[in-house]
Design a protein around this ligand. Structure first.
Ligand SMILES: NC(=O)c1ccc[n+]([C@@H]2O[C@H](COP(=O)([O-])OP(=O)(O)OC[C@H]3O[C@@H](n4cnc5c(N)ncnc54)[C@H](O)[C@@H]3O)[C@@H](O)[C@H]2O)c1
Length: 306
């Protein structure tokens, strides 16, 4: 049996909770932790190993340098320069510098896996990792709007009293202010949402609440970690199981939706090699305008990366 190995680069709130979620879901055999703060990483490793001892399968939690990556299947980027509680855009200068130091050195040291990026601003950093790594685009994935999509589904589920997994609604665009729900394609078993429960649901308000949920959580607990860790774990699980499930992820476009050379949140099918195929939606005129706006915003971030 081939052992599944993930590396988590940045073991702060998001990275450590992701490692804990990996342990509890048993999705891999080794979790390699990387952080500038070696004592923090050591403490998390020891705590995680205690948790892993409750599992039936053997899980190794190792401390590594990011350059020790030749045997890693999925490298997850959750670093930040300490501005995670500010706006996603304000993080760009700091996070892009960290990524510029880490990724080329990993490539020089034989990284052959998939990059999964949660660090913000997620789409711009996903693009930067793709450029710096020289990897084919299917092997560089951003968590993008998958967390926003799941938030939208749970908010709709709460209103409609339907399980979020049965609601086929989703968000596309930037993991940021210009994201938007694609109501023209949202349904439960083919029944358009606005036909199903039009009297009780203020769709505009739900889209806004989903978009702002992260900021609301940060206001109360100074970070978000459980939701995004579940997002990261689910994406890794779909890769490891070759599930071919379609999620709304930050993908590098190469002609899809009429754009190239940019990363943005769109529905895509995941397999063991990463992004198998981007699904192209037939947007309404209004949605097309919102998507174009979102692309321009991400391109503007990308232009600021040196
Ligand atoms: N995509 C999403 O939906 C989503 C959700 C929540 C948070 N985030 C993002 O995730 C990132 C991490 O957030 P957090 O709350 O965990 O931050 P944090 O400050 O708790 O953790 C960041 C960690 O990165 C480490 N680090 C910094 N530079 C490093 C380097 N060069 N090498 C190795 N480690 C380094 C720090 O020591 C720290 O432990 C932020 O960019 C945040 O905005 C994204």
């Amino acid at each position: 049996m081939k052992l599944r190995k993930v590396m988590i680069i940045g073991v702060g709130n998001v990275g450590s909770t992701t490692a804990y979620t990996f342990v509890n879901r048993g999705i891999c055999e080794e979790i390699a932790l990387v952080d500038l703060n070696k004592e923090l990483a050591y403490g998390h490793a020891q705590d995680l190993l205690d948790a892993a001892a409750y599992r039936q399968n053997m899980i190794k939690v190792s401390l590594r340098d990011s350059t020790d990556c030749a045997d890693i299947d999925i490298a997850i980027i959750t670093v930040t320069s300490g501005l995670a509680q500010k706006s996603r855009a304000e993080e760009l200068a700091g996070t892009s510098k960290i990524v510029a130091n880490i990724v080329p050195n990993m490539m020089k040291n034989g990284f052959k896996g998939i990059f999964l990026i949660a660090t913000n601003p997620c789409d711009a950093i996903t693009y930067q990792v793709w450029k710096l790594s020289g990897l084919p685009r299917h092997r560089v994935i951003g968590t993008g709007v998958w967390l926003d999509t799941v938030r939208l589904r749970r908010l709709l589920g709460e209103k409609m009293d339907i399980g979020p997994q049965s609601i086929d609604a989703f968000i596309v665009g930037e993991h940021g202010d210009s994201q938007f729900p694609v109501w023209s394609h949202s349904s439960v078993y083919g029944i358009q949402l606005n036909q199903l429960d039009k009297n009780r649901i203020d769709f505009q308000d739900i889209g806004l609440t989903a978009k702002n949920k992260g900021f609301e959580i940060v206001k109360y607990k100074h970070c978000t970690e459980y939701g995004i860790s579940s997002t990261i774990t689910e994406i890794c699980q779909h890769i490891f199981t070759n599930s071919h499930r379609a999620l709304a992820l930050s993908c590098i476009l190469n002609g899809e939706y009429g754009y190239k050379d940019v990363a943005i949140g769109v529905p895509a099918i995941l397999n063991q090699h990463g992004i198998k195929k981007i699904i192209e939606l037939d947007f309404s005129n209004n949605e097309k305008q919102l998507f174009d706006n979102s692309i321009n915003i991400v391109k503007n971030y990308i232009a600021q990366i040196n």
